[in-house]
Design a protein around this ligand. Structure first.
Ligand code: UP5
Ligand code: MG
Length: 192
């Protein structure tokens, strides 16, 4: 079997990474791996890293790469599919370098799909979701910290890929259906 194809899905907190990834999976035969979901599962599993992960998430900080890359690689190995959407990773330079070192030779990298959405809209979505999500970071204090981390650490990673012509920007501000139409077009063109 050829090396697996990997597409990264990035965008600010609440940008619609999870929502659109579900749709891509249904239509284009990818496996969806949300780094955040894997970390939340690890946190609840009684692992020795649980407390560290819990406090990082609440503070909107980025968990050390070795933990996240290991969770992603394990999840990829468990799957018999050959196309992966990695949602919410890499979030900083350290994540990206660690990924390239550990996984660069084992995969075929596609591109970064990223959603651009204003903070005003993101805040509205997250506070709304916070009423029912139970997520420890869907409160205004954590949301502001997540915004800062995104701007300081994640946008430079997107720029790194954009410089190589490997970042695809989607306007994520619009309603879910309209965003999906744009996303679908990109996957039809690039992946099929
Ligand atoms: N919604 C979605 N699309 C909409 C649209 N077009 N119009 C209106 N509403 C829309 O959507 C968020 C909410 O908005 C939902 O209610 C949805 O219905 C609505 P969702 O699809 O869940 O957006 P998503 O981008 O996935 O938002 P999420 O909150 O998951 O993003 P984050 O990046 O903040 O969260 P993640 O789970 O990736 O990471 C959480 C934390 O884990 C990080 O802050 C960090 O502390 C840690 N982390 C790491 O340390 N390392 C990693 O590699 C990954 C995570
Ligand atoms: Mg998500």
């Amino acid at each position: 079997m050829s090396k697996p194809l990997v597409v990264f899905v990035l965008g600010g907190p609440g940008a619609g990474k999870g929502t659109q990834s579900e749709r891509i999976v249904n239509q284009f035969d990818f496996v969806h791996l949300s780094a955040g979901d894997l970390l939340r599962t690890e946190m609840n599993s009684g692992s020795s890293n649980g407390e560290m992960i819990s406090s990082m998430i609440k503070e909107g900080k980025i968990v050390p790469s070795e933990v996240t890359v290991r969770l992603l690689e394990t999840a990829m190995k468990k799957s018999d599919k050959n196309k992966f959407l990695i949602d919410g990773f890499p979030r900083n330079e350290e994540n990206n370098q660690s990924w390239e070192r550990e996984m660069g030779g084992k995969i075929n990298f596609g591109f970064v799909l990223y959603f651009s959405v204003s903070e005003e809209e993101l805040e509205k979505r997250l506070l709304n979701r916070g009423q029912t999500s139970g997520r420890s970071d869907d409160n205004i204090a954590s949301i502001k910290k997540r915004f800062n981390t995104y701007k300081e650490s994640t946008i430079p990673v997107i720029e790194y890929y954009a410089k190589q012509g490997k970042a695809v920007k989607i306007n994520g501000e619009k309603p879910v259906e309209e965003v999906w139409e744009e996303v679908k077009k990109e996957f039809v063109t690039r992946d099929g």
